[in-house]
Design a binder for this molecule. Structure first.
Ligand code: FRU
Length: 421
């Protein structure tokens, strides 16, 4: 590890003081929307989504196509069961509006894990590195919840008159597992009897200032304390590749932790705009520690360099909250740069819940569980950013993913509603 990495202490914190001031404001609350008239896929529920990107973080364009990767499961499966069957499937588009299904990224039975959870995908000199979380183990008789950060390396993208294909052969390897010192293991978390641990959602990031290569991920810090508040210990993990090799990583200390605040800092990612580092992470209302309350929302932090110190955006960390009347309308927000703006995509989650929580959904009649689940791309939000402030100031269409060079002027159709109740 380089001296630079050893010296950067103390780590940034999302504190109970920040979180105690979480309130929805007009600048941080998304509008209430109807589900789209057409889903991206009738065959699959889609949720966590990301894009094929170049090393510098820009969305890759291959022969005029951009490519989206989504966690997916058969749409005949109850929406709440989808995590148990998740596979990464890809979709491609020439205009960032209409998406065509390509196929599963990996042939069945080849990837690690009994299901694949979120990741990121890099195109490096024509080679695809598909990072994913292996949840559980291949061929296990019953689902288990160990999470390992993996990559399938060596894929290629090709196009012809019929569209686009991503093919292997893939060289799968386990890149990172928690060490029990910097990052909590499953065993440590089980001893604590707290909420289920996390070690997932790898996100490739090249620092534009140093051109150094990193992988961010969601983790927990090891804590040995019976206090129930203390078992909420989400953190944003980071690993470093000394050579820049996208398949060779060494873990570093977490970038930021939310000890006693929140258990899950999901899908962490960084967008650099105007020389500042914006670190984003979606999280849930139900993963806040006892005595803290927040929302299903995108949270964020800002710093002058990758290693911080980070301060919470908008003083509390709140960047995009679901509206009070539709508190579970969207989830798994992902930010990416566009000119001076930051755009935020997400998936359409549950609507029409009329005061029910996410945990209550499983008690609804099955037909209602299906009816109230979106499972497709939500409208893309437009954020203005200035220093440590952000403001939602507009929307683009459902699943609209523009490249940097594309103008946002042409209006999109978003179906707004007054209230979800
Ligand atoms: C966020 C998330 C990710 C995980 C996936 C599993 O929506 O919890 O952290 O990879 O869902 O389905």
């Amino acid at each position: 590890m380089s001296r630079r990495h050893e010296q950067r202490i103390p780590r940034s914190k999302w504190t109970r003081d920040h979180a105690s001031r979480l309130r929805r404001t007009p600048d941080t609350t998304a509008p209430i929307i109807y589900p789209p008239e057409r889903r991206i896929s009738d065959e699959y529920h889609l949720w966590d989504t990301w894009f094929l990107r170049e090393r510098d973080g820009s969305i890759a364009e291959v022969d005029g196509y951009r490519i989206a990767f989504s966690l997916s499961a058969s749409s005949s499966l109850l929406p709440g069961k989808r995590h148990d069957e998740a596979r990464i499937r890809y979709f491609y588009s020439t205009d960032g509006r209409e998406w065509t299904y390509g196929g599963p990224v990996f042939p069945e039975g080849e990837a690690f894990g009994s299901r694949q959870w979120a990741g990121s995908t890099l195109l490096d000199d024509g080679t695809v590195y598909a990072y994913y979380t292996a949840a559980g183990h291949r061929d296990e008789p019953e689902l288990t919840y160990e999470q390992r950060i993996c990559v399938g390396a060596g894929g290629t993208v090709s196009t012809d008159g019929d569209g686009l294909r991503i093919d292997g052969p893939w060289d799968h390897s386990v890149l990172l597992e928690p060490d029990g010192e910097r990052y909590q293991t499953q065993e440590q978390s089980m001893r604590q009897d707290g909420p289920i641990y996390t070690f997932r959602d790898p996100w490739f990031f090249e620092d534009p200032e140093t051109e150094e290569t990193y992988l961010l991920f969601e983790g927990n810090t090891p804590i040995d304390d019976p206090d129930p508040e203390r078992t909420y210990n989400g953190c944003i993990g980071i690993a470093y590749s000394e050579t820049g090799d996208p398949a060779d990583w060494a873990v570093l200390d977490p970038l930021l932790d939310a000890e006693r605040v929140n258990q899950e800092l999901e899908r962490p990612h960084v967008v650099v705009r105007n020389g500042r580092y914006y670190l984003f992470t979606p999280s849930h209302q139900h993963t806040f520690a006892p005595g803290c309350s927040g929302f299903d929302a995108l949270y964020g932090f800002v710093a002058d360099s990758l290693f911080g110190p980070y301060e919470p955006l908008n003083e509390t960390g709140l960047v995009v909250a679901n509206p009070e009347n539709a508190p579970f309308q969207a989830y798994s927000w992902l930010a990416f740069g566009h000119g001076d703006e930051i755009l935020v995509t997400s998936f359409f989650n549950y609507f029409d819940l009329n005061g029910l929580s996410l945990d209550d959904v499983a008690f609804l009649p099955e037909a209602e569980q299906f009816r109230r689940f979106g499972g497709t791309y939500a409208p893309t939000l437009r954020l203005q950013v200035a220093g440590n402030r952000t403001r939602i100031w507009g929307e683009l269409g459902y699943g609209r993913i523009p490249l940097e060079r594309e103008s946002l002027a042409a209006p999109d159709r978003v179906r707004y509603r007054a209230t979800d109740d």
